[in-house]
Design a binder for this molecule. Structure first.
Ligand code: XMP
Length: 606
C-alpha cells in the first residue's frame, strides 16, 4: 500500500516526520515499535525509525524486530533510529563525549549525491539540525558514508543495495535547510505515489465526530485560542449547535482584555451556547504558595475539571449523555510524555491524570489531536473563521500562570562563582566582550528529547544578533548548568541579583498583564506580529541592582510547529524603546531578551 510507517521511539519530533510526509503528499502512520511485527509492516511502502531519548546500548532501551530488515522495504533511521539500525545490523554506537555531542545547527558535506541526496551537488555543504548525545562509531557491513559533519563523519550513511539509510540529524525540522528534499528523495526510493491531501480533513473529521459521539452531546472547554475555537466550530458543524455546549473559564490568568475579546469573537460566529464562568477565586485559592511549575500545571488542570463538573452538574448534563470536548493538538500530547517512549517535558492542562482516565473510558472528544498548529490554522481557514482568530498567537491553556515564575529563595548552581568565571573565560576565548551572569532561578527546557530544569545566563554589554546567535548555542552546549541565554537590555551591569520571593498573586499577575499588553501592542506597532510566531512575556521574581522588585523577559520566537523554534531578531532600537517603557513600572528592575532556540530552551518559561 501507498503509506509510510513511522516507528516512534519517543522522539519529540516523531509526529513532525508524519506531517512532513503528509505534506509531501504521502499518507503516513505512527506505530509503536514494540508491537510492530514484520507481518504488520509488510504492506507499507517504506519504514522510518524515529529519534528518541534512549541509548541503544542500555538495557531495556526500545527496539524493533530485526525481521523488518528481511521485508525488502526501504528503511530510514533518524538519530536514535540511525543508531538502532547500526546496532541491529552489527555496527557500533558509543556515548558522545565533548565534541561528539551535538545540539543545534551544524553543517554537513555531501559525499554521495545520489539516492537520498539526489539533486544535491557533490561536496555541497548544507545546514542541518543536530540533537544527540550518542553517535555511530562503526558502520555495519554494506554501509558507506553519504555525508559528514566536522564532529561526526557518519552524519548520513546508507546501503543503496538494500535501501537502508541512517542519518544523525533531524530532517523533519525547519532548521535542516533541505530536510524536505531528503525526505522526498526517501519517498522516491520507496516508490510512494503523492496522493494525500489535507483538504479532506474537514469532511473526514465530521464523519469521525458523528461516529464517536453517537447519540450523545459534547460539552467543550474553550480557551479562546485557535485550537479550541476551531475544534468547537468543527463540532458545531458536525452535530449542530444544540448538541454542543461551550464553557469558557476565566481563570484570572488571562491577558488584559482577553475575556471580552474571546466572547466577542465567538458571539460574532453566532455561537449562543456559551457559558462564562468566573473562576478567579478558585484558581488563586488552589495555587496559593505553590512554587513548582509542574505542580502549578497539575493544580490548574484539576481546578479546570472541577469547575467543568460543577457546571455540568448544575446544568444537569449527565456524564453518560455528554462527552467532554477538548481542543488538544498533537504537541500537547507528545510533550506530556503521551507516546510510550517519550520523556515527560511538562504536563499540558488537557493531559492531567483525571482527563487520561476519562479518555480511557471513551468520554473525551479531541477532533484536532493529530494536527499541528499550522494544519489547525489551515482547517480554521477552510471553516471560514476570521484571520484575526486564525492567526492569533498561541497562548498556553493555564495562561499567564505559566509565565509568572515563582520562587521562595535563591537557587544557585553549585560553585556558582567558579562556574561564572569559567563562563567569562569561555566568552573571552570566543573573542566576545560580553559578561555573563548566572541568575539564581531555574526554568524548564528540552534537550536531546529530555526535560531540563536549569539556570538562565544573562549577558551584559554591546553585541549583535549575529554574535548572540553563535554564542547562545555554544554556551548551552558547553555548560550543562544553563539552558537559556538572555541579553540584558538598557542596564550596563548586573551588580546585585536577588530573588524577591513570590508565588501566584493577583498583584503579580497585574504587573505581568500590563507588561504583556505593552509588549503585544508594541509588536503590532512595529509590524512583526505575523512573522513572530509567538512572544511570551515573562515575569521573573528577580530583583536587579535593587531590592524587592521583579524582572521581565521578552521571548519572541519564529517557528512553524512549536516543536522547534528560533529566537526572533527584532529591530534593536525598537526593542530598547520597549524596554525603557517597561522599566518605567516601579516594580520592574530589569528587562531581558531571550536569545535561546528550542531546543535547548522551550518557548514558554516556567
Ligand atoms: P513549549 O514551551 O513547550 O511550548 O516550547 C510549545 C507550544 O505549546 C504552548 N503551550 C501550551 N498550550 N496548553 C496549551 O494549550 C498548555 O498547557 C501549554 N503549554 C505550552 C506554548 O505556548 C507553545 O506555543
Amino acid at each position: 500500500m501507498n503509506k509510510i510507517a513511522i516507528l516512534d521511539f519517543g522522539s519529540q519530533y516523531a509526529h513532525l516526520i508524519a506531517t512532513r510526509i503528509r505534506r509531501l503528499g504521502v499518507y503516513s502512520e505512527i506505530l509503536e515499535p514494540s508491537s510492530a511485527s514484520a507481518e504488520s509492516l509488510k504492506d507499507y511502502a517504506g519504514i522510518i525509525l524515529s529519534g528518541g531519548p534512549s541509548s541503544v546500548y542500555e538495557a531495556g532501551s526500545p527496539t524493533v524486530t530485526p525481521e523488518i530488515f528481511e521485508l525488502g522495504l526501504p528503511i530510514l533511521g533518524i538519530c536514535y533510529g540511525h543508531q538502532l539500525i547500526t546496532h541491529l545490523l552489527g555496527g557500533k554506537v558509543e556515548p558522545g563525549q565533548g565534541q561528539g555531542r551535538e545540539f543545534g545547527k551544524a553543517q554537513i558535506t555531501i559525499q554521495k549525491n545520489e539516492g537520498l541526496f539526489s539533486g544535491f551537488a557533490s561536496g555541497e555543504k548544507t545546514q542541518v539540525w543536530m540533537s544527540h548525545g550518542d553517535r555511530v562509531t562503526q558502520l555495519p557491513e554494506g554501509f558507506e558514508i553519504l555525508a559528514s559533519s566536522v564532529d561526526d563523519k557518519y552524519s548520513a550513511v546508507g546501503d543503496a543495495k538494500r535501501n537502508f539509510y541512517g542519518i544523525q540529524f533531524h530532517i523533519e525540522v525547519v532548521h535542516t535547510a533541505k530536510g524536505n528534499e531528503i525526505l522526498s528523495n526517501f519517498l522516491n526510493l520507496c516508490g510512494a505515489k503523492r496522493d494525500w491531501d489535507l483538504g479532506n480533513f474537514v469532511d473526514h473529521s465530521i464523519e469521525a465526530i458523528k461516529k464517536q459521539v453517537g447519540d450523545r452531546n459534547v460539552f467543550m472547554l474553550i480557551s479562546g485560542g485557535v485550537d479550541s475555537t476551531v475544534a468547537f466550530i468543527l463540532l458545531v458543524k458536525a452535530l449542530g449547535a444544540d448538541r454542543v455546549y461551550g464553557l469558557f473559564v476565566d481563570t484570572g490568568f488571562m491577558r488584559s482584555g482577553e475575556r471580552d475579546e474571546v466572547e466577542g469573537v465567538l458571539r460574532a460566529e453566532g455561537i449562543q451556547n456559551l457559558h462564562i464562568y468566573e473562576g478567579t477565586v478558585e484558581f488563586y485559592g488552589a495555587l496559593k504558595d505553590v512554587y513548582e511549575p509542574e505542580k502549578k500545571r497539575e493544580i490548574i488542570g484539576r481546578v479546570f475539571l472541577e469547575i467543568q463538573s460543577k457546571v455540568a452538574e448544575k446544568l444537569k448534563l449527565s456524564p453518560e449523555k455528554w462527552m467532554l470536548g477538548q481542543g488538544t493538538i498533537y504537541p500537547d500530547t507528545i510533550e506530556s510524555g503521551g507516546t510510550k517512549n517519550s520523556d515527560k517535558i511538562k504536563t499540558h492542562h488537557n493531559r492531567v491524570p483525571e482527563i487520561e482516565a476519562l479518555i480511557k473510558q471513551g468520554r473525551v472528544l479531541e477532533p484536532l489531536k493529530d494536527l499541528y498548529k499550522d494544519e489547525v490554522r489551515e482547517v480554521g481557514e477552510k471553516l471560514g473563521l476570521p484571520a484575526s482568530l486564525v492567526w492569533r498567537h498561541p497562548f498556553p491553556g493555564p495562561g499567564l500562570a505559566v509565565r509568572l515564575l515563582c520562587a521562595q529563595a535563591e537557587d544557585w548552581p553549585e560553585n556558582h562563582e567558579e562556574l561564572q568565571s569559567q563562563i567569562n573565560i569561555f566568552l573571552k576565548g570566543k573573542g566576545s566582550s560580553l559578561l555573563g551572569h548566572i541568575l539564581p532561578i531555574k526554568s524548564v527546557g528540552v534537550q536531546g528529547d529530555f526535560r531540563t530544569y536549569r539556570h538562565p545566563l544573562a549577558l551584559t554589554g554591546e553585541t549583535t544578533w549575529e554574535e548572540l546567535a553563535a554564542l547562545a548555542p555554544a554556551l548551552t552546549n558547553h555548560f550543562p548548568e544553563i539552558n537559556r541565554v538572555l541579553l540584558t537590555l538598557i542596564l550596563q551591569s548586573l551588580e546585585s541579583v536577588q530573588i524577591t520571593p513570590g508565588s501566584l498573586t493577583p498583584a503579580r499577575t497585574k504587573t505581568l498583564q500590563e507588561a504583556d499588553k505593552l509588549a503585544m501592542d508594541w509588536l503590532k506597532e512595529i509590524g512583526r506580529s505575523r512573522i513572530v510566531w509567538q512572544m511570551p512575556t515573562v515575569l521573573l521574581p528577580v530583583s536587579v541592582n535593587s531590592e524587592g522588585k521583579e524582572s521581565i523577559v521578552l521571548r519572541p520566537i519564529v517557528s512553524e510547529e512549536a516543536m522547534t523554534a528560533r529566537f526572533a531578531e527584532l529591530p534593536m532600537d525598537k526593542v530598547r524603546e520597549l524596554a525603557k517603557v517597561l522599566l518605567q513600572d516601579s516594580q520592574i528592575s530589569a528587562v531581558f531578551y531571550d536569545v535561546t532556540n528550542k531546543p535547548p530552551a522551550t518557548i514558554e518559561w516556567e
